[in-house]
Design a protein. Structure first.
Length: 332
């Protein structure tokens, strides 16, 4: 194996990623080394690179939708084999001892480490990961599977916390990677999807229609009937009161993103009648196991655009500018 590898690294927030030649990382105890086959580009990567999330590891290899093939096992790894295809998600390590961990809420671990943020991620030819947080991937198409690892998993948790199958009319704000996956799940479950895009974004609206949305409009439009719940995947705080204004009494608005612009003040009557607003933070391994089992049953087909590793800055910019339908995926 080569002693060095190519990696796209962040050296300072707000700077473009640099193509660096660095040593191939070796797996420590409990870790696996993988050859990266595909790594999805998530909006969270954009928040890290743009400096909207505090204190990333520096220099940092971003990327937390990593699909790869195990190339080496560290000491004490059980349950994974060399040659096996695995996925590495955002949740990279938890302590197992803090109060949330002991309560089965490892997504809220006080000392959690995150792939592509506080640990190096998958914008590289090789990566290492704690074996306990990796998922077996059975899809032969690494590029198609990559977006399932965050857009899919976090989207699934967002859908679940909004009430899951119990909702009939489901609004989705921001029709990108997570929304295009969740819409397929919701439609398969007989839910009516109301898709809200950036006003005037014809490509996103056509995309949502193609995936089975019963109604498609701009985020400034009023749906033809009230919603049971709304999922927010756009990082726009003003959408919180907007969505609250469109959900029924008792309805829930759930934000799936890690960062959002400030939420403007709004009148209490929007929250009145037992409406609620909540956020989703990270994922648990159980979310991953449930969702990855469910994805082939639906079946969920991701729509991706491939970029070579060294075009990571272009992929990030296409996401930033809203030029993508579906998900960007880097292929080292
Ligand atoms: Zn913990
Ligand atoms: Zn993500």
């Amino acid at each position: 194996m080569n002693a060095t590898m190519r990696a796209m690294r962040l050296h300072g927030p707000g700077q473009p990623l640099a193509l660096d030649d660095i040593p191939v990382p070796h797996p420590g105890a409990g870790e696996v080394q993988l050859r990266v086959l595909a790594c999805g580009v998530c909006r969270t990567d954009l928040h890290v690179v743009d400096g909207e999330l505090d204190e990333p590891r520096l220099p940092l290899i971003p990327g937390h939708e990593v699909v790869g093939e195990v190339t080496a096992l560290g000491e004490g790894v059980a349950g994974l084999e060399v040659g096996q295809r695995i996925g590495v998600p955002w949740l990279g390590w938890t302590c197992g001892e803090c109060e949330p961990c002991r309560a089965g809420r490892e997504n809220l671990c006080e000392r959690a480490e995150f792939t592509g943020y506080t640990r190096d991620g998958g914008y590289a030819e090789y990566a290492v990961a704690d074996a306990r947080y990796c998922f077996p991937i059975h899809d032969d198409d690494a590029q198609a599977a990559a977006p399932l690892l965050c857009a899919g998993l976090i989207g699934y948790r967002t859908w679940r916390l909004a009430g899951g199958e119990a909702n009939r009319c489901l609004g989705i704000y921001g029709f990108g990677a997570a929304a295009h996956i969740l819409a397929q799940l919701a439609v398969a479950r007989g839910q009516h999807v109301y898709a809200f895009t950036r006003p005037g974004d014809d490509a996103a609206q056509a995309f949502a229609r193609r995936l089975g949305a019963v109604w498609v409009g701009g985020s400034d439009e009023t749906p033809p009937q009230p919603l049971d719940a709304a999922l927010l995947f756009a990082p726009v705080g003003a959408l919180v009161p907007t969505a609250l204004g469109h959900v029924k009494p008792g309805g829930t608005v759930v934000s799936g993103g890690i960062h959002m612009s400030d939420i403007p003040a709004f009148p209490y009557r929007l929250l009145w009648e037992e409406r609620s607003v909540r956020s989703v933070a990270n994922l648990t391994r159980r979310d991953g196991e449930e969702f990855l089992a469910l994805a082939p049953e639906v079946p969920i087909r991701t729509e991706t655009r491939a970029y070579p590793l060294e075009a990571a800055n272009q992929a990030l910019d296409d996401l930033r500018q809203g030029r993508l339908s579906g998900a960007a995926v880097l292929i080292p």
